[in-house]
Design a protein around this ligand. Structure first.
Ligand SMILES: [Zn+2]
Length: 317
């Protein structure tokens, strides 16, 4: 995923002169209904009440989220007594509740020895091992603790920020600057052309290929971001840009907005500052295991699975 650096003067995304000249293909992708986990999670906001005595703890140190894990089970600590030091943490916050069970989060000092059986696992390592809703809350916990840790001082005048009652926002008592937990929108797009899709590769990804993705620039619509990111990274033009679904991506604050776009013209020309390869793969390629795909937790993978399901509705992804 990239932040764009190259201005394209005079180029107006979506303007009539950029519309494809070749005939519109008959095939149009019809999104199916690949499931995305929807959190059964009731949010809480800061108030003056003491934190609940019991609940699930999303306790985080520099290595990840602390869980009890062995070969047979993996679960979150359900009480402060399980984790010495947690109850003293000044960073503890109430995130909300799942099925009336409080979800709390805190940062754990790295010098605290974890009790037997407990260890810290990164979010990616927890995928599929924590129940879906708790996994989403774990991502939220990491975002909110990151926010709490990095929002102590005013970005305008450097004075210490003060909490705004009943919100996660903070206000500067000196200059009234306000700050809120950030959400950075990004677009990620599956570009299709009949029976093939455009996939990209970056250095360090090993055999895995992904989809074109990038941060939305200030002043830009999501659709413009899709069109320009694809053009700048791969040199191809697209039409029929259609929103699919979104996914919080807490590394640390992205909101991935998934799109489909139909290829219209252009040969692949790679931006080598961003990618080391981009190429077309057919549905048969992918179903036969080529290339390696993004992790199942990612919206990139879900876009691909959804597209495959639309090509092979009887077999599914
Ligand atoms: Zn200030």
């Amino acid at each position: 995923m990239t932040a764009r650096r190259i201005a394209q003067p005079g180029r107006k995304p979506g303007s009539p002169e950029l519309l494809p000249r070749r005939a519109v293909r008959e095939f149009t992708h019809t999104p199916s209904r690949i499931a995305m986990p929807l959190p059964n999670f009731k949010r809480a906001y800061p108030d003056n009440r003491p934190l609940p005595e019991t609940g699930l703890w999303f306790a985080i140190n520099q290595h990840g989220i602390i869980v009890f894990a062995n070969e047979d089970e993996l679960h979150l600590p359900s009480g402060t007594s399980h984790l010495p030091g947690v109850e003293r943490s000044p960073s503890a916050i109430l995130l909300g509740e799942v099925n009336q069970v409080a979800c709390l989060a805190c940062t754990v000092p790295d010098d605290i020895a974890l009790p037997k059986g407990y260890r810290a696992l990164g979010l990616r390592d927890l995928y599929g091992r924590l129940e879906d809703t708790l996994y989403v809350v774990a991502g939220y916990a990491t975002q909110m603790l990151h926010w709490q840790r990095t929002s102590n001082y005013c970005a305008n005048c450097s004075a210490p920020l003060m909490p705004i009652p009943n919100e996660w926002g903070k206000r500067c008592p000196r200059c009234s600057f306000t700050a809120y937990p950030p959400v950075n929108p990004c677009t990620i797009t599956l570009v299709y052309d009949e029976d093939r899709i455009l996939m990209t590769h970056k250095r360090g990804w090993g055999p895995r290929y992904g989809l074109v993705a990038g941060f939305v620039e200030p002043g830009e619509t999501l659709e413009q971001s899709v069109e320009l990111e694809i053009m700048e990274e791969t040199g191809v033009e697209v039409a029929d840009i259609r929103y699919w679904r979104s996914q919080p991506w807490p590394f640390p604050h992205q909101l991935m907005c998934g799109f489909y776009a139909r290829y219209t013209s252009g040969d692949i020309v790679i931006d080598h500052d961003e990618l080391d390869d981009a190429r077309w793969f057919t549905a048969d390629d992918i179903r036969n295991g080529r290339p390696a795909l993004p992790a199942p937790l990612s919206i990139a993978r879900r876009l691909i699975d959804d597209w495959l399901a639309s090509r092979f509705p009887a077999a599914g992804p």
